[in-house]
Design a protein around this ligand. Sequence first.
Ligand code: FES
Length: 170
Amino acid sequence: MTSDPEATTVEQFISDLSLGDGEMLAALHRVQERFGFISRPAVDAIARHFHITSARVFATVSFYSDLRLSPPAETRIEWCGGPACRLKGGENVRIALESTLGVKLGEATPDGRVELREAQCDGSCHQAALVWVNGRVHGPIGGADAVRLARGVSSGERPTSEDGDGGEGS
Ligand code: FES
């Protein structure tokens, strides 16, 4: 055990899950569900629990785009990098989002309020090209829509799904 209260909490949480040796990924998802993200102490606690290095846990978290090492921003824009969205102008949407927000995929704005991440296709391709804003789908959208959406969330607007049909995304 460690004296770090967060690590202690995470260690207890993992221990209570009673997961087997091959269930590190399940542990990561459960920790993220419970704490919102996988903190550095959580990485170390998981490494100790599964008798592996923290570097291996980091590598696993980095591999899966749905796992995160930092707290979620108030507004999360997920850009779909799937083939149908790319075919329908998704790259223009990405470029518009990045240039309007001033961040690259995987980054948050300096005030930490908005983050832009890449997400995988969830089968909503009929709405391509699309993004999800806090899990709500916006599509089909183009570059101009993406600029408007990014300006809106930057100014604190709560976006509606007016650019798409309002279905639910990932
Ligand atoms: S490729 Fe974007 S939702 Fe399927």
